[in-house]
Design a protein around this ligand. Sequence first.
Ligand code: AMP
Ligand code: GLY
Length: 426
Amino acid sequence: MNAKKKVLVIGSGGREHAVIRRLKESPEIETIYALPGNAGMKNDAVCVPIGAMDLDAIVAYAVRSAMDYCVVTPDDPLAAGLVDRLEGAGIPCFGPRQNAAVIESSKVFAKDLMRRYGIPTARYEVFTDCAAALAYLKTAPMPTVIKADGLALGKGVIIAGTLPEAEAAVRAMMEDHQFGASGDRIVIEEFLEGPEVSVLAFTDGKTLVPLVSSMDHKRAGDGDTGLNTGGMGTVAPNPYYTAEVAQTCMETIFLPTIRAMVKEGRPFKGCLYFGLMVTKDGPKVIEYNCRFGDPETQVVLPLLRTDLFTVMRAVTEERLDQVQVELEPGSACCVILASAGYPSHYDKGIPIDIPDTLRSSICFAGVAEKDGQLVTNGGRVLGCVATGDTLSDAISGAYSIADAIHFENKYCRRDIGKRALAALGE
Ligand code: AMP
Ligand code: GLY
């Protein structure tokens, strides 16, 4: 048998912790290194204090430390070409190359790809000129959706209910450069209605294997009120993703997308995230992400039965068709504990009190260590993850963990999974 492997995981969030947890179960891995990781991961990985965007330092470190494999999960280093750089240095990676990561880093690329290949999505127009965009708005039905072309920390999408709101959004992006160069080009698209579903899929460019579907809860407040956040909690599976919807997605969205990327000379290898809206005319693509979702990964990976490292290497080596990817039948729920005030202003450095027995059910995100004590260090502090035979078991499991953890400004939504339960008639 080959020697055991050293694996480097790039990133520092709850998603990376979920990936590391599953990799840790692999009998083939000797040590996992998290770059930069966070203080809550210390039992599971060796943290390496280098920034996830310091590409030169990452490549030098990976070569010097003789890493056998590297998993790149955040969007920024993927868009900046970290996978290309590591592969160039002889280190096999999980994650798309730069020319495929563009499916997330340019909304215009993604929309044009879907148009060229007939993949269902919202109707849209692209603008590089502010006056032309403003003129177009006068003819557009409201509400309408305005998107900055480039990466904008998840904030570059504005849903405008009225013409003045839409005009203000266009001006903020194109005249005031609120999202920097990301807003020099914008997409104005049709507003779609229906439940949203996230699907993460492994693909080696030829074969595509969807994982269990999930539902994110993006708004800060209960009942989907308040500001958009990175995600306040997730459940899996998503009850709106029926077997029929799944089949339609495979035929009209998933396979056409990976085939289109091959035709464009940009084969996609890694985890492709489909953000979908199940409309009355069938499922349509809201967005692609070139990576695992956060906090979707925290509920999707616990429902993967097959060894994650085995699947990842099959993706890298383009032999995913030879691996039987098996999923667990149950449900999972992740409740995010945030710092009160997130996503606006919030305090940091507050001690976190966690019963030791619960640590293995937590995906740590915005945490640090101060004088040997775990303290808050971000908006989304940690995710409480539970699985169960039923969705309601998983939800109550996640909330019982959430209720046993204490820090002074702890905040969480109390209704994660409520909509999914209602859809199930529970
Ligand atoms: P994105 O950053 O593309 O994920 O968009 C953020 C959120 O905006 C999505 O999760 C949807 O809830 C919403 N959204 C984006 N595009 C549309 C659309 N065309 N119609 C309705 N809602 C949308
Ligand atoms: N939860 C959405 C994302 O990861 O982009």
